[in-house]
Design a protein around this ligand. Sequence first.
Ligand SMILES: [Zn+2]
Length: 192
Amino acid sequence: MTELGKLPGVGNRTAQRLAFHLLRTSAQDANALADAIRDVKEKIGPCEVCFNLAEGPRCTICLDERRDSALICVVEEPADVLPIERTHEYRGRYHVLGGALSPIDGVEPEDLKLVQLYARVESADPPIEEIVLATNTTTTGEATALHIADALRHRAPGVAVTRLASGLPVGGDLEYADEVTLGRAFAGRRAL
Ligand SMILES: [Zn+2]
């Protein structure tokens, strides 16, 4: 019960309901769930290229030869990849930062996968044509986008740096944006 209550979005009442549900399920189903949780811990880790979640060294998107490798979409968390995929507006690759810059919370540039992003851009062959900054529309997300745009202007002047169009709720998490809005924001992205 207390372990269930530690899950995000699960309060005491929900934890209780889950516990009652588990008591009613068959031993087989309960074990399947336990195995699934163990598998996540054992098999899933960060992709060595883009830091998205991967079962193995590289994620399915990095392994997919049909994806356009001249395009990189920069997001804060692995959870941001899925809503973008659902829009079907984007056929490039990703780069997951692992958060957003927030000096107040002690999150500095070196705490994010920024060096890895710049290295990817500088060593890309064929070269990267566009980097889409799809960090959240929060203060920290905007600050992170500006920081990256500034760094890329110096390191990779030939690369177009774009930001998702307005229309996304300000202060919102990409993770919760509906796919129509997000799709439109993608189609109408603008240079930064
Ligand atoms: Zn990857």
